[in-house]
Design a protein. Sequence first.
Length: 232
Amino acid sequence: MSKFYVVATPIGNMGDITLRALETLKNVDLILCEDTRETKKILDKYGISKETMSYPSDDIVGKDSRQSNKFAKIFELLSEGKNLALVSDAGTPTISDPGAMLVSKIKEKFNAEEVQVVPIPGPSAVIAALSASGLPTHEFTFLGFLPHKKGRETLFKEIAGAERTFVFYESPHRILKTLESLIKFCPDKKVCIARELTKIYEEFKTGTPAEVLEYLTKNPVKQKGEFTVIVS
Ligand code: SAM
């Protein structure tokens, strides 16, 4: 029986890695990475020297023969009884990150007695943001990244009409535009932007969409970095 570990890694602060994650990365036969250079930073910090390989990104599967060869290699290793770990650049793999397709293919190809897929939980921006937002968390919908065009308006209408909390990831280039859309569709909702979580300039700003937009517009430096947005 092989083990395929899905390992969460830090979203900023390098201290946010579990003992179990380190132990797993130390002991597997190969680490599958979104970007081997990013993963090397963590491995170096914790003195782990281990073979790494990049894994096929979800949207390229079946379109690129080099990537298909990587699938074949991963399946071969698992058939031989090797243990593998999957990591993304930051946070929990497969959550708005590549890897979901790989996990799905492994579950299609092997039964649970042949390959056990094991989560090694840890940081994820969506949960970190919710946990310290002060907004209702008993029922929430995670939207990943919002669509840029098709379906975007429908989504804002859904947010406007619903009671539950919504969470999504947003890029610094689009944060102002998204706040403008929230002003248009749900001006009275409460918005919390969680910026640069676990890093030096970590910040939570809560208010109406108009208040948060005004805050960011007055402080352009705060428009930079990584954002998770919560609307309730
Ligand atoms: N798989 C990751 C996770 O579990 O958190 C998410 C990966 S997704 C490609 C990256 C997006 O997550 C960023 O664009 C940002 O919206 C959000 N994010 C990641 N790190 C963050 C941080 N430190 N603070 C706030 N949001 C963050």
